[in-house]
Design a protein around this ligand. Structure first.
Ligand code: PLP
Length: 380
């Protein structure tokens, strides 16, 4: 029996239209050249594809093409934004403080915790998952170099008020970075509406290939120091031969998601409503976090262990957000930060939908949840 895939927040299948576009940059009859080769047409053609892609991605987020730096994904973009800003701006500004949140992706939290001589303030979210703006305002000061808070949380789908955060941070002239990996195509925004200085993007969360992403770097505002040295590609911010097939794949994926926009949001919202209605009828289930994006739903099933629930639904691919640390299973750090107990965390599941999610998939999911939960509850 086919497994119904409800783990689109971890990754998505590549759209066939994206695959076609990528193939054109791989073979001898296509544009396989090195985009940095300036002495022949193979290089020029590859470079044209890369710059077309830069225009597309910039356009999708309301940026200037010169503000896009290609990276290997949102993890690298987060690292480059944080480490690069500290390295480039610490001395000239004399600032040594970074503010972030406990509910951030590990690519942000762990990068911050590896910085030398930087005072990292990690804010606790409210039980809703939202930042407390009053606390943020109190902690922001003339020593704050950077605020890094994501737009959409990858475990709960909670949407942070980034524009308000940016305005508060800019009052003390701090830079603002936001991890945007889960935000593309799931709610309307541009970098100007968010008023951010830096933003991390990834292709594989929106039916593009893995291993490619970008960092948005606002022009005339901030500099980031390159974190890997080499041929000084990407205006000196990120060295390495540009993977043209990956880059066109990201651009095509972004173009498609932008084009489908509103109707896809509506479709995923309907699916979400349907799932929430079923969970409501089952009883003893809490939705975690304030309702945010359409494609992510995180819930706690009272008295049911999430690992056992997943084992009872082998035909469903979902995730728990829990991490296995050596022998023990640790509940999600995001849910813990929101105040869930250890047991509640270990009884929580994330369902995430995407372009390939069908009505039939949803029926299988809901039938499986109903059946498995009542079975586990009656056995308890
Ligand atoms: C998936 C994800 C990442 C990591 O992105 P990669 O491109 O896989 O490195 C970072 N942040 C968030 C919020 C994500 O969802």
């Amino acid at each position: 029996m086919r497994t119904a895939y409800f783990d689109n927040a971890s990754t998505t299948p590549v759209d066939t239209r994206v695959i076609d576009k990528m193939q054109s940059c791989l073979s001898t009859d296509g544009t396989f050249g090195n985009p940095a080769s300036t002495t022949h047409s193979f290089g020029w053609m590859a470079s044209e594809e890369v710059e077309w892609s830069r225009d597309v991605v910039a356009d999708c987020i309301g940026a200037d093409p010169r503000e896009i730096v290609w990276t290997s994904g949102a993890t690298e973009s987060d690292n480059l934004a944080i480490r690069g800003t500290v390295e480039a701006m610490r001395e000239s500004t004399g600032r040594t403080k970074i503010i972030t949140m406990e509910s951030e992706h590990k690519a942000v939290i762990d990068t911050c915790s590896h910085l030398d001589d930087i005072d990292v303030v990690v804010l606790k979210p409210r039980p809703s998952g939202l930042v407390c703006l009053d606390t943020l305002a109190k902690i922001l000061d003339e020593n704050t170099l950077l605020v890094s808070i994501m737009l959409v949380n990858n475990e709960t789908g909670v949407v942070q008020p980034i524009q308000k955060i940016s305005r508060l941070a800019h009052e003390v002239d701090a830079f603002v970075h936001s991890d945007l990996a889960q935000a593309m195509g799931k709610l309307p925004w541009t970098v100007d509406q968010l008023e951010i200085d830096l933003g991390s993007l990834s292709a594989h969360k929106v039916h593009g290939p893995k291993g490619i992403g970008a960092l948005y770097v606002r022009r005339g505002r901030c500099q980031v120091a390159e974190q890997q040295h080499g041929g000084k590609h990407e205006r000196g911010m990120r060295s390495g031969t540009l993977p043209s097939h990956q880059i066109v794949g990201m651009a095509e994926a972004y173009r498609l998601v932008n084009q489908e926009g509103h109707s896809e949001i509506q479709r995923l919202n309907q699916i979400r409503d349907q799932i929430e209605a079923t969970l409501g009828n089952l009883g003893g289930i809490q939705i975690n976090g304030k309702r945010g994006v359409p494609h992510i739903l995180n819930f706690t099933v009272d008295g049911v262990d999430a690992e056992r629930l997943m084992a009872a639904m082998p035909q469903i691919a979902v995730s728990t957000g829990s991490a296995c640390n050596s022998a023990t299973i640790e509940p999600s750090h995001v849910l813990k930060a929101m105040g869930l107990s250890r047991q509640q965390g270990l009884s929580s599941i994330r369902v995430s939908t995407g372009r390939m999610t069908t009505g039939n998939d949803v029926t299988i999911l809901l039938d499986s949840l109903r059946h498995a939960i009542s079975q586990l509850r009656s056995a308890a």
